[in-house]
Design a protein around this ligand. Sequence first.
Ligand code: PLP
Length: 797
Amino acid sequence: MNVMNDLSADALRVRITQHLTYTLGKDKPNASLYDWRMAVSYSVRDLIIEPWFAATRKTYEAQGKRVYYLSLEFLIGRILGDAMMNLGLFQAVQDVLDGEGISLADVIEDEPDAALGNGGLGRLAACFLESMSTLACPAYGYGIRYEHGLFRQAFESGRQVEHPEDWLNQPHPWEFERPEARYTVPFKGHVSVVDGKSVWHPSETVFARAYDMPVVGWQGKWANTLRLWGAHPTELFDLEQFNSGDHTAAAAPEALARTLSRVLYPEDTTDSGKELRLKQEYFLTSAALQDILRRFLSEYDDFALLPDKVAIQMNDTHPALAGPELIRLLMDDHGLPWDAAKRIAEGCLNYTNHTLLPEALETWSTWLMGRVLPRHMQIIERVDKEHRAATKCAAELAIVKHDQVHMGTLAFVMASHVNGVSALHSDLMKETVFKGLNGLYPARIVNQTNGVTPRRWLRLSNPALSKVLTDTIGAGWESDLARLSDLGAHEDDRALRDAIGAAKRHNKVALSNWASDKLGVSLNPDAMFDVQIKRIHEYKRQLLNVFETIARWSAIRADPKANWTPRVKIFGGKAAPGYFVAKEIIHLINDVAKTVNNDPVVGDLLKVVYPANYNVSMAERLIPATDLSEQISTAGKEASGTGNMKFTMNGALTIGTLDGANVEIREHVGAENFFLFGMTASEVRARYLIADHAREAILASQTLQDILQMIVEGRFSPEETDRYNGLVDATWNHDPFLVASDFDSYLAAQAKVDDAFADTDHWNTLALRNIAGSGYFSSDRTIKGYMDEIWDTKSLL
Ligand SMILES: *Cc1c(COP(=O)(O)O)cnc(C)c1O
């Protein structure tokens, strides 16, 4: 069903005008861009309501199993363009706005990003929601309605500074507030035993209030709900204190409650261990589970059916309190005995692991857990005792050890299925962090390689390439991405290769115009656009890329007349505010950019740009314009990556290590169409055993020695020559992510990239093969895997 079949452009114009008039209270001559955006958004939203209601009705009628995706992060980005595209309304809205003299592009740009996530993990959750709607898998996303999403990044003298993000400063047109859908979430206090039963007497409570967003799938055939919880006080106001003149104290309960959903923690792959974070995790989990049980009880009265009707997916360990909370609700609120409650909980729960980095594995001290959630601490102890008794496991494999609750172990023990997010990652889970648990619970670990939605990441963000695809292989690839392999048969068609190259150039020109507008730098669209955009983290090795940039700059200066392939190096990404080394790397990139871009000897042969505040919207702008995708993490450290998949779909070639999903991307696009370098995961493990691996590698590479020398001499920071002494010292003496050991291999691969790019038609052929091989990386394929192998759910279309 296409909504537009039933809706003429005239009818749409009437709807938009009505919202402008009656919802916004503006007449056209006075309407601002904001007013137009709101009017268009409400008009588009209206058209999602019917499929949304129909989906709910169908699920009730079919008595279908529902999926509940629990995630502390949903990195959604802008919504309007995506909704218009999925409803088939893009052209009609464009026509209406053209008629009013309003630019649709400006309207779309006016929307703030919904940035309720840090990076890959949160963006995965957003792609999954869209795919579950496209596949008509009955599902709810559950998250927190943070008032302030991920901080806005700015650079001051090359250093990252963080500003609060304020997306809810304006009304949010995509949500429905549900004052009636409200649960009490308890904290702290003590537990007593009454008639042999545990009774929790909490000393603090907050209300979780639901805010619903419809998530419409491709062609508007189905819409699921993203339900975000906002914290509200259970005691509104202390009137007595107010009347006695203490106005601040009177408002204290309200302020306290609201801190719970005030701000997203900006740590990515590190565990901050803060009390407020534990409370946020429990706030989401408890509200979600109370809601799930209420919905279940509206249809059924036997909790034994719960695992047949409910599948709960825990996105990382952040919602891992779902296990103890479900047991608590079933026992304490619904009177089930321990054994039944635990068995039912285990039947519903599944856990996705996202990282093997030890600093990311969540732990909470038993002291904090016992103080904030005393009843849950009891339940965790009992689950642990039974786990140890049943498996006779080593002390190492306990949930509680050395006064810490290990959330990964808790999630693992309580889940029916535990999944990794790429083939390599799932294998490494079995060999490393979860080796012991895998022995105790064999076959529990499964793999579901990540994917991304081709609607947002290809069709919406890259209309030029999308048209080439449809012209070549026909319509419909958007919901059947494996069909991109049909391109392979047209590889010898010179016109198609030229068209792919022309679409890329079109996008590069658009990006150059944006860069000249917003950043004041002029980029040559015929240069290679070489892009590394992702969180700044040592394991992702932006440092390796900066070192190569310095080597290239230095080599060009030494011989500017040689036959150089011109490059534009683009970096993007934020560092966690407390991550000192990552912030030094940002500073170095900006210092190198300043030096290189002002060097008249180098000119157009090399430019370095680092636009501030990388987010979903910036990714949508950069990825379609990329020639070379940098996926250069230390092998064994990146669980999957999803940025790598977006680039491949958009015809960028990858320079990468055998890490995460790079391994599978290379298999699907063909090894000869991928620039591989570096050690494998097992070579990395062996390398770490050599005590002075860094010094050894540096002494073997004159180029790397020269680069480090230039940095310590202050070539990029003449105003503060010792600025990077710490960074260089750490490279010589520690190099925890083996930048030095992989450097020469990376340099050699980059030289091959230069050669390949010099032959445009050859490069276009490689790009074609990358697009043709990218179909596997649709999140539709991933979600089908979860439905078949983890959730046991069926599509209702
Ligand atoms: C896709 C995406 C990511 C994940 O990128 P990786 O390269 O896989 O780390 C992070 N942030 C944003 C905004 C994204 O769109």
